[in-house]
Ligand binder design. Structure first.
Ligand code: B12
Ligand code: SF4
Length: 461
């Protein structure tokens, strides 16, 4: 079969401001699964190629795929539906499949919202996708394939979830060769992404990715990660690499082993990774730095212990302070992520968070507005308490308020978001820091958030 994988044309604040985006890694893994089963695969990354829907249509007509496989987040779902529509308009015989962190949690609604989609894949995509290939090619009964939802006449059937892949090394390496790798570049530095582990056992109220890849943490072997890094560095000339793991340091022993190996192998990359403030220490900080890491990303989320408890973060303000200090002491930059606009946030909570972001010593801060993605505990909370302001998925960007707050209007929380950025970045002390020397997509992609937020009116603290 010929399979066309599509990341749809969509509005991206990141792309429009900094001119680039990251590779669609999920599609690259799935393309490898398809190829390992003898199929022909092509990936269209509309975002990095600046493609319009019309151009995607032309590619489809030329390639004439038997299957179109689309990826989507929540905010881009209308664009994914448009791609499915184009595929079906060209030929009703083309099978259309969709997966990713939105449809996983609303499979039936997805099939209701778009008549042009045949199959929804839920969660980790490799095995259910492989199952769909067998349904189409080997006429396997869809009932036997876990992790999918599909139509049977007028009925929508939603099968049980697939079990997680326990040996993640069994997943073939991503098909980088099907992507325009040289286009993932910023400030003349080639950058790439890697996922060295999947899953996270924590239960933060807003988190979608830990539900997508499950609560069971599964790491690639050190060998496999080194292989992938070498491919990215030496075959594709990637110098800056973002580790996309939910929590790189979850298994500390492995993180130490891996960073030792990166250092010993002498792979000259600069990289960044995420850690939790309760899963970080001076040893891993030193090791990361020695292995070429430039930045560690901490989900600090709030300066109010009350909010940290509400969101189920399982951390404390003291832990946040000490982990940021350990990272900074080792010479790493620190990116702190903060969320405002939870339903019960008070002005005092928001002020405390902004103040905390400045006092804690993070190199850069990202502020977002709490967004209830389908599948998350925050989604359930908001639905139970009738606090959802809109079902317009396009607004689910973390920069638009979609929750009715008890103590703020939407306009007010937007102004506080703006103030958070201004307050953090427009500081005499801050300006003294040589932020320009901080490279990496992980930093640069903050700019659109800051820019968008700071275009708003300034509000006094
Ligand atoms: C890298 C990244 C980005 C990059 C995207 C680069 C790119 N081209 O993909 C950038 C920085 C641009 C970005 C931007 C945003 N992102 Co982002 N991002 C991520 C991150 C950290 C990794 C994505 C990734 O590559 N994962 C690894 C691959 C292997 O996983 P995957 O893509 O999910 O694919 C697997 C399955 O989902 C499934 N699958 C996916 N697609 C398909 C398609 C088919 C046909 C099939 C069968 C299966 C399938 O199978 C794959 C293999 O198992 C995730 C968190 C995470 N851990 O996934 C957040 C995440 C995807 N982002 C998120 C969000 C909210 C955003 C933003 C809206 C803003 C923000 N706050 O970051 C913007 C807007 C993007 C947009 N226009 O929609 C949310 C999405 C939640 C949701 N329900 O939509 C996530 C889950 C993080 C979170 N907050 O929990 N992001
Ligand atoms: S620690 Fe990070 S990945 Fe894990 S549940 Fe919390 S936000 Fe999600």
């Amino acid at each position: 079969m010929k399979i066309l994988f599509v990341s749809p044309p969509t509005d991206s604040a990141i792309k429009s401001v900094i001119g680039t985006t990251g590779p669609p890694l999920g599609l690259a893994y799935l393309a490898s699964v398809a190829r390992s089963k003898g199929h022909d695969a092509k990936i269209v990354d509309s975002l990095v190629e600046n493609l319009t829907f019309e151009e995607v249509r032309k590619i489809m007509e030329q390639y004439s795929p038997d299957m179109v496989a689309i990826t989507s987040t929540t905010s881009m779902i209308p664009d994914a539906y448009e791609v499915a529509k184009i595929a079906k308009n060209i030929s009703q015989d083309t099978a259309t499949i969709i997966g990713g962190p939105h449809v996983t949690f609303v499979p039936e609604q997805t099939l209701q919202e778009s008549q042009n989609i045949d199959y929804v894949v839920k969660g980790e995509g490799e095995n259910p996708f492989s199952g769909i290939l067998d349904i189409i090619e080997k006429k396997k009964d869809p009932k036997e394939i876990r992790g999918i939802a599909y139509r049977n006449g007028n009925r929508i059937l939603n099968n049980p979830p697939e079990v997680l892949i326990s040996d993640v090394d069994s997943i073939p390496e991503p098909s980088w060769d099907l992507l325009p790798m040289d286009k993932y570049e910023i400030d003349n530095t080639q950058f790439g992404t890697i996922m060295t582990s999947r899953g996270c056992p924590y239960n933060c109220i807003f988190c979608s990715s830990s539900l997508q890849f499950g609560k069971q943490w599964r790491g690639h072997s050190v060998e496999r990660v080194i292989d992938e890094l070498k491919t990215l560095r030496y075959k594709y000339n990637k110098r800056d690499i973002e580790f996309l793991d939910d929590t790189f340091t979850l298994n500390m022993k492995r993180a130490i082993e891996l960073t030792d190996r990166i250092y010993k192998e002498g792979i000259d990359i600069r990289w960044s990774a995420s850690a939790r403030v309760n899963l970080f220490n001076a040893d891993i900080a030193k090791n990361m730095k020695r292995a070429g890491a430039h930045t560690v990303y901490f989900g600090i989320e709030s300066g109010s212990q009350k909010i940290l408890d509400f969101i189920g973060k399982g951390t404390t303000l003291d832990l946040a302070k000490s982990s940021v200090r350990k990272a900074n002491d080792a010479g790493l930059y620190t990116l702190g992520s903060f969320i405002i606009g939870f339903p019960d946030d008070t002005i005092k909570d928001v002020k405390t968070t902004i103040k905390f972001s400045k006092s804690i010593g993070v190199t850069v801060a990202q502020f977002t507005i709490a967004t209830p993605y389908p599948g998350t505990r925050l989604w359930d909370y908001v639905m139970e308490n009738k606090l959802l302001l809109t079902m317009n998925w396009r607004k689910f960007t973390t920069l638009s308020p979609v929750i009715k707050l008890r103590n703020f209007t939407s306009d007010q929380i937007l102004k506080w978001l703006s103030w958070a950025y201004i307050s953090f970045y427009v500081r005499p002390l801050y300006l003294l820091k040589d932020v320009a020397k901080t490279h990496g997509f992980v930093f640069k992609r903050l700019i659109p958030y800051a820019k968008k937020a700071m275009n708003l009116d300034i509000m006094g603290e």
